[in-house]
Design a binder for this molecule. Sequence first.
Ligand code: ZN
Ligand code: ZN
Length: 352
Amino acid sequence: MRAAVVEQFGSPATVEERAIPQPGPGQVLVRLETCGLCHTDIHAMNGDWPVKPPLPLVPGHEGVGIIEEIGAGVTTRTVGQRVAMPWLGHACGECRYCVDGRENLCEQQYNNGYGVDGAYAEYMLADARFAVPVPDGVTPLDAAPLTCAGVTTYAAVKNARVTPGETVAVFGIGGLGHLAVQYARLVGAKVIAVDVTDEKLQLATELGADVVVNARTTDVVEAIRQQGGADAAIVLAVAPSVFRQAFDSLNRGGRLVLVSLPAGGELTIPVFDTVLKGISVIGSIVGTRQDLVEVFALHALGRTRVITQTRDLADVNRSVEEVLAGSVPARLVFAYHTADLVPVTEAVETVS
Ligand SMILES: [Zn+2]
Ligand SMILES: [Zn+2]
């Protein structure tokens, strides 16, 4: 099978032939159809974060494919079933967080494409219980970005405890932001989209943002204040200035929801304003399997749109450069086994 492998941090990935792995007890072998390119994969490839992945590593935590083999003891998944392999590749199922519905905080978790090999390959192994079924009505091309960008922003909107009629400001309209705008709308918020490129703001408008603000040409805080301020600010961008802008745009009782993970990032906010205004600062990390089930269900109902362009795995390094240059509309998705993927082939034609 083909796999994109990181041998050394900061060096280009190499696309090489590897043996197809065999599923152990409790595992499934998945023949991948698609995998999205998440910014976290680039951090993994560069070894940017304090906890570094073991090398060599196959990145990828937006994998979607068909179960080809099941290991001993697997009773809840079947050969031929389409599943998604998110960041949360495994959690213990026994700790207080797993038991009370916050398995994304489990300390025994491991992560696909970081702690174990992920979906930048034609096949991968997965813990069967954490390979989430993809319902009919969700194509593999759409399912891939929903598997991280979707579930992460869906959970962020939930964690922001938005009520209908409140205002949500989304900072950063890319793979995550284009979905955050839609989830914020779905819970009844007025949505303000903030970015530095007009093309992305145009996309946000098409996806339902009520107001757009170009942070390169406009005073963001002033613009949001003129709209009555934000009750929740969801930070998906990594520029240091964004965090303070998001904080300063909040109303009393506002929630600052941190999602993006800039390398070496630190947050500096005034204690006085935080206390007097009753501001909450919330860290939001991916979502649970149930969150992903809900994300897929909403998409199958036609409530969300996923904006993608497909790439071949051979172009993995060029694709990373495209993402870093900000030149892609929302999400790049690697498509494998294109014979399986009629909708993907059509999508390739429409975007090229
Ligand atoms: Zn991700
Ligand atoms: Zn646990």
